[in-house]
Design a protein around this ligand. Sequence first.
Ligand SMILES: Nc1nc2c(ncn2[C@@H]2O[C@H](COP(=O)(O)OP(=O)(O)OP(=O)(O)O)[C@@H](O)[C@H]2O)c(=O)[nH]1
Ligand SMILES: [Mg+2]
Length: 197
Amino acid sequence: MGLLSIIKKQKLKDRECRCLVLGLDNSGKSTVVDWILATYKNRPRQSITPTVGFQIHTVPFRGHSVQLWDVGGQSTLRPYWDNYFDKTDVLLWVVDAAAIARLEESMGELTTILRNRDRLGYNCRIVVLLNKKDLAAELPTVLERLQRDLVREWRLENVPIEVRASNALDGEGLATLLPLVVWGREEPVEGQPPAAT
Ligand SMILES: Nc1nc2c(ncn2[C@@H]2O[C@H](COP(=O)(O)OP(=O)(O)OP(=O)(O)O)[C@@H](O)[C@H]2O)c(=O)[nH]1
Ligand SMILES: [Mg+2]
């Protein structure tokens, strides 16, 4: 292979981003992905049923190719999560912010994954999405608990965790998600990535 094609291939690779969407069942992962596909691929919104197994979608975003791995979150499927960790750039952890009773369970599962960073990869970035904000009357409490019990603790281990809130039905809070996934921040630095797909 010539040097030029190696460089070209590397450039393409640099523009690929693998985002693993995980979280408990019913947290809204597939609905979040559905909003992204409707927004960036003009796909009509679908009626969503619980995911059995996984689905992969590729979304073009400002010259990047974002691969979204939407994996089922039911407890019987969680032992298989480990199979999806390889080469993940971003772990998008979706939480049902209205299900306070399941917050411990969700944080427990995420903590187990973070303790196993050998598998996930040390460069993988973590984004926590507090979804169903439209139903989450206690969103500030959820946010506070998350900051106290998760974000602060993992910052000490040098694992920064970004937290966002969303409503996957109407897309509130999701417009900044792909920039965050692709660039690690909400807006590109001036003059950096190309504006169009
Ligand atoms: N009110 C409200 N409902 C939501 C929101 N996001 C998802 N839902 C609903 O929550 C339910 C579960 O959503 P899914 O997207 O299937 O959840 P999931 O995390 O993919 O679930 P599994 O595939 O079983 O792991 C569906 O009835 C969605 O319509 C939201 O932001 N607000
Ligand atoms: Mg699903």
